[in-house]
Ligand binder design. Structure first.
Ligand code: MEV
Length: 436
């Protein structure tokens, strides 16, 4: 690949042409047709172009909904953006199942977010600690004008602490700040306050004739264990109903609880179990224009908070009650950023009734739990492939260019058979030979 300069200044067409010129054959042809996915309205397209740099085209993902969610007695149809078959189906089934059993119960535990000014400082530790004690109110006051709007909305900086971490790394200190960011995810607000606090901190240090602090970096932490939601479903074991192959409620409950316990103790299973939860959570995060990388990073760090990576959800069977629950840190926003800019994120928030950030946290967590319930339910009853393959079949048929009629016939044919890529290809070949 040739070095290119001025790439970012090129128009989209020039960028596509340059990229295509680096290849030959099919790849070059395909790159040249990337403009097929541009939005027909140039104004709309330029909005997408500006979300990131060097945009060439749009990358489509399915936007679906999972109806029948009851969360704290309120009914929701949950928007989900995800490319994987079975996920929306499993969340919908989970929602329907619990709709008839009291729905999901969710509560936000707290909404504290954290930011850190990481710095090096060499000197008598007691001197810096005393200085901080005497000056931290002044420091907070000095950034208050930046926080004015957030304070009006009920948020702002809620605390600032000086942490001595010299035992971990020589001369390493932190200003650890806590924030309330109301309905905003708050990354920009937090980072601006942190950078201003670092400047003011350095200025105060200078005024007090202390050795200078070397600021290494100022950044929010995406680990937000205190911006968390708890969600659960429960019902008498006998009300769970019966499952495939005549599995009774007690057997199901025992097998389900065992499966969740396995995910608690075994890391390899825990990762897959949690991936199932995040299938649901991420789909809501994407649909509402939130930051799925932040949510993912935090969820997995939380899953290991006691030192071992474990399942995020847990299941208990006591007093004849089946209870399936989860605590999940989730830092979400419903105003600002992509939530406002992306037209489909706005639609999603509209479908959810324009929720506050805390309401959205509850919806996302409930969707994760519904998804987890659906997946583990399949695993301990029919096995995962039955439902999965039915939807996967559609993808294979599409990939092989099947006609609508062949798709219908293939669906009937595979209703009671194992789906595999080669079996589908062979069947389509037979259909084609019969026609000729
Ligand atoms: C697939 O995307 C998710 C599952 O593997 C989750 C699980 O195993 O619990 C089905």
């Amino acid at each position: 690949m040739k070095t290119v300069s001025g790439f970012s200044k090129m128009s989209k067409t020039e960028k596509i042409n340059w990229l295509a010129s680096q290849f030959q054959g099919k790849t070059a042809e395909e790159v040249l047709t990337m403009d097929r996915f541009w939005h027909p309205d140039a104004g709309e397209q330029s909005r997408f172009d500006e979300f990131a740099e060097n945009t060439l085209t749009n990358y489509y993902l399915p936007f679906g909904v999972a109806p029948n969610f009851i969360i704290n007695g309120k009914s929701y149809t949950v928007p989900m953006v995800i490319e994987e078959s079975s996920v929306v189906a499993a969340a919908s089934l989970g929602a329907k199942f619990w709709q008839e059993r009291g729905g999901f119960h969710a509560r936000v535990v707290s909404t504290k977010k954290v930011g850190q000014v990481h710095f090096l400082w060499q000197g008598d530790k007691k001197v810096l600690k005393d200085f901080f004690e005497d000056n931290h109110a002044t420091l907070l006051e000095s950034v208050s004008s930046l926080a004015e709007n957030m304070i009006k909305r009920g948020g702002g900086v809620s605390s600032i602490a000086l942490l001595d971490l010299g035992r971990e790394l020589e001369n390493y200190w932190q200003l650890k700040m806590e924030f309330e960011t109301c309905d905003a995810m708050g990354a920009n607000f937090i980072n601006s306050i942190l950078e201003e606090s670092a400047r003011q901190f350095q200025a105060l240090i200078k005024t007090n004739d202390l050795p200078a602090a070397e600021i290494i970096m100022c950044i929010l932490s995406n680990y937000t264990p205190d911006c968390a939601v708890e969600v659960f479903v429960e019902c008498p074991i006998d009300k769970l109903g019966t499952f495939s192959n005549d599995m009774d409620a007690r057997t199901f409950a025992r097998r389900f609880q065992t499966a969740v316990e396995i995910a608690r103790i075994d890391r390899s299973r825990a990762v897959t179990h949690n991936k199932g939860i995040m299938n649901g959570v991420d789909a809501v995060i994407l649909a509402t224009g939130n930051d799925f990388r932040a949510v993912e990073a935090c969820a997995h760090a939380w899953a290991a908070h006691d030192g071992q990576y474990r399942s995020l959800s847990s299941c208990t069977l006591s007093n004849d009650t089946f209870r399936f629950s989860m605590r999940l840190p989730l830092a979400l926003g419903t105003v600002g950023g992509l939530t406002t800019l992306h037209p489909l994120a706005r639609v999603s928030l509209g479908i959810l009734g324009h929720p506050s950030a805390t309401e959205l946290m509850q919806v996302a967590a409930a969707t994760g739990l519904a998804q987890n319930f659906g997946a583990v339910r399949s695993l301990v009853t029919t096995g995962i492939q039955k439902g999965h393959m039915k939807l996967h079949l559609l993808n294979i048929l599409h990939q092989l260019g099947a006609t609508d009629k062949d798709k219908e016939n293939a669906k009937k044919y595979f209703a009671d058979k194992v789906v595999s890529f080669s079996a589908v290809r062979q069947l389509l070949q037979e259909y084609s030979e019969t026609r000729n």
